[in-house]
Design a binder for this molecule. Structure first.
Ligand code: PLP
Length: 284
């Protein structure tokens, strides 16, 4: 693989970052993941807008312009011959050459790293069977709307899911589901209303969430942005998640209880198709 680090395209074995980099020492860094279909980027502008917001909230500076970001993404797709997959991007506050909690001087250069992952994103076999999830407490910090690389708890959540022989965990705070470990969570009520938690500092404002809700409303589907409990989810007609890497992905079981008939729901499947059709049309 050819990766990008601070202005250079290098074989992955040769790409290095300082051990004093604040991304490594303090998780003082933000990231984005953008999907590639047929060699093109899905919702690139959305991901860049969220990156700017994450950077701004943490007083991090951007090492390059959005135009340069686009050029780097495209160069990596070409160099790695990516037809379908993901591009991971991370910006850290860089390194002042020692470990110090206080931010380094303003002229410290941020670190920018990007790499690709080839992966089937459209023909994902999981879409045919749906995912099983467990619920766990959401003990994350209070700014889940900032896409930081502080991902230890989501890693523990995925491990808890793995140990329970399921695919993922939905996090619950004060009795209501916030989101999945790396995705936004939804249910479909018996009336056919799509329910997902409202935007706040408690969830990441998914780029796929925004697209899915927009498309749902364009198709005349009813959307309600509010919290829901695991109990309500277990009794829902359908459930699904969204993320840049999974698109719209049906959920068929929560804490051992089958959702609906325990198979991917009709609306979830339709939303997945609608999302993919739109993504293929609008990818750049
Ligand atoms: N929520 C969390 C906690 C995430 O980590 C992610 C993606 O990584 C999402 C939601 C989905 O966001 P997006 O659709 O922008 O990928």
């Amino acid at each position: 693989r050819t990766v990008y680090v601070n202005g250079s395209y290098l074989p992955e074995e040769e790409a290095t970052v300082s051990i004093f980099d604040r991304g490594f020492l303090f998780a003082d860094a933000v990231y984005e993941v953008t999907s590639v279909v047929r060699g093109k980027l899905i919702d690139f502008d959305g991901h860049m807008a969220r990156l700017r917001r994450s950077l701004g909230e943490l007083a991090l500076s951007s090492p390059v312009s959005d135009e340069e970001m686009l050029a780097i993404h495209r160069e990596l797709v070409t160099r790695n011959d990516i037809d379908e997959g993901l591009i991971y991007l991370q910006v850290t506050r860089g390194s002042a050459g020692d470990r110090d909690f206080a931010f380094p001087p303003a002229d410290t250069k941020p670190t920018l790293v990007l790499f690709t992952q080839a992966k089937k994103v459209i023909e994902n076999p999981a879409a045919g069977t749906g995912l099983k999830v467990i619920s766990i407490d959401d003990i994350r910090w209070g700014r889940c709307d900032i896409k930081t690389v502080q991902l230890l708890y989501p890693c523990l959540a995925k491990m808890a899911a793995k140990h329970a022989h399921v695919d993922d965990a939905w996090m619950v705070r004060d009795g209501l589901v916030t989101e999945g470990s790396s995705n936004n969570a939804y249910i479909v009520t018996s009336e056919g209303t799509i329910v997902t938690r409202e935007k706040s500092q408690s969830i990441l404002h998914g780029i796929t969430r925004a697209a899915t809700l927009r498309l749902a409303e364009e198709k005349g589907l009813k959307v309600e942005e509010r919290g829901f409990s695991i109990e309500e989810a277990k009794n829902a007609r359908e459930a699904f998640i969204t993320s840049a890497s999974l698109f719209v992905m049906p959920v068929v079981e929560i804490d051992g209880a089958a959702i609906g008939e325990g198979r991917p729901g009709e609306l979830s499947r339709r939303l997945r198709e609608i999302y993919i059709e739109d993504a293929l049309k609008t990818a750049i």
